[in-house]
Design a protein around this ligand. Structure first.
Ligand code: NCD
Length: 303
C-alpha cells in the first residue's frame, strides 16, 4: 500500500505517469466513469478547504465511487479529544482511501502509520501540500510544456505557505530550474528547505523586490499571507499586503510567463490581472480535479 504524505513519496517517473493519466482523463472522461465503482473515499478535513476537498470529492464521484467524511474538526470526535491515530484506525473500516487535512504538521504521517488504507496528505499545517503540487505540476506541464529550464518566482508567504514547500521539493529535481524567492524578511522560506537547495546545488536567490525580479521569470507563483499561522494579528496586518500583483506590474513580465496561485486569493492579485492570458490560476484549480482522479486510481491500484 502506498500513501502520499510528501511529494517526495513520488518519483519523477511516477509524476510523469500521473500527468499522462490526467491528460487522458481530460481527453476521454467517459472511459474513467466507473473505474472506482463500489469504492469509498473518506475526506477528513480538520481545517477549512474549498478546492482541495471539493475537487477530491468531485474526483471520486467522476470515477464512479462514493465519498464520506467531515469538513471541520468540530463535527468529528476530535472535538471530544480523540487522537488522529484512533480516528483513522476506525475510518479504515469504512473507506478504501483517506484524504486528510490537519492544522498540525505531521498529522497525516501519524495517520499513515495507523491506517490500514492509503492516506493522502491534503495539507498539514505550514508544512506540506503534495496534491496541490501535483495540481501545480499538471498546470506547468500543460501551460509551459516542460519542467526543465524554468526560472520560478515564489512570492508572498514562503514561511508558512505549505504549497510553496512542496513545490520547491518537486521542481528542484528537474534540470536547470532556478528559484527567485520573493518575500518580506519575516516570511522567508524555512532554513531546512534552503539547506536542501544548497545541498543539491540548485540555484536560488532571495529578494524583497517583486518588480525587479519580474522580467526574468517564466513562472510567478503568488501566495496568500497565511493569517491562521500567525502568532499575532498585528504582524499579519503589517505583512498582508506586502505584494499586490497588478496588470501594470505584469507589463514587465515575459509574454509567455504564467501566473500561478493555489488560491484562495485575498488581495495579492488584483482583479484586472484575471483577463490576462498569463493568469493561469483558475485553469490551475480546474486541473486539480483531474490530477486527483489520477492519484486516486494509482493509490487504489486501479488499472
Ligand atoms: C492552499 C492551502 O490550503 O495551503 N489552498 C489550497 O489548497 N488550494 C493555499 C492557501 O490556503 O493559501
Amino acid at each position: 500500500m502506498k500513501n502520499l504524505i510528501s511529494i517526495l513519496d513520488l518519483s519523477v517517473e511516477e509524476i510523469d505517469e500521473l500527468i499522462a493519466t490526467a491528460d487522458d482523463i481530460i481527453a476521454n472522461p467517459k472511459k474513467y466513469s466507473e473505474k472506482c465503482h463500489g469504492q469509498k473515499m473518506a475526506t477528513l478535513f480538520f481545517e477549512p478547504s474549498t478546492r482541495t476537498r471539493l475537487s477530491f470529492e468531485a474526483a471520486m464521484y467522476e470515477l464512479g465511487g462514493n465519498v464520506l467524511g467531515f469538513s471541520e474538526a468540530n463535527s468529528s470526535s476530535a472535538s471530544k479529544g480523540e487522537s488522529v491515530a484512533d480516528t483513522v484506525k476506525v475510518v479504515s473500516y469504512y473507506a478504501d482511501i483517506i484524504t486528510m487535512r490537519h492544522p498540525k504538521e505531521g498529522a497525516p504521517l501519524v495517520a499513515s502509520m495507523n491506517a490500514s488504507v492509503p492516506i493522502i496528505n491534503a495539507g498539514d499545517g505550514g508544512h506540506n501540500h503534495p496534491t496541490q503540487t501535483l495540481t501545480d505540476l499538471l498546470t506547468i506541464k500543460r501551460e509551459m510544456g516542460r519542467f526543465d529550464n524554468l526560472t520560478i518566482g515564489l512570492c508572498g508567504d514562503l514561511k508558512f505557505g505549505r504549497t510553496v514547500h512542496s513545490l520547491v521539493q518537486a521542481m528542484m529535481r528537474y534540470n536547470n530550474v532556478k528559484f527567485v524567492m520573493i518575500s518580506p524578511d519575516e516570511l522567508k522560506i524555512p532554513e531546512y528547505l534552503k539547506q536542501e537547495l544548497i545541498d543539491a546545488g540548485v540555484e536560488f536567490a532571495e529578494t524583497t523586490d517583486l518588480e525587479k525580479a519580474m522580467p526574468e521569470l517564466d513562472i510567478l507563483y503568488m501566495t496568500r499571507v497565511q493569517r491562521e499561522r500567525f502568532f499575532n494579528e498585528a504582524d499579519y496586518i503589517r505583512l498582508k499586503d506586502s505584494y499586490i500583483l497588478t496588470s501594470e506590474k505584469l507589463a514587465a513580465a515575459k509574454p509567455d510567463m504564467r501566473v500561478l496561485h493555489p488560491l484562495p486569493r485575498v488581495n495579492e492579485i488584483s482583479l484586472d490581472v484575471d483577463d490576462d492570458i498569463r493568469a493561469a490560476y483558475f485553469r490551475q484549480a480546474c486541473n486539480g480535479k483531474f490530477i486527483r482522479m489520477a492519484l486516486i486510481l494509482k493509490l487504489l491500484g486501479v488499472e
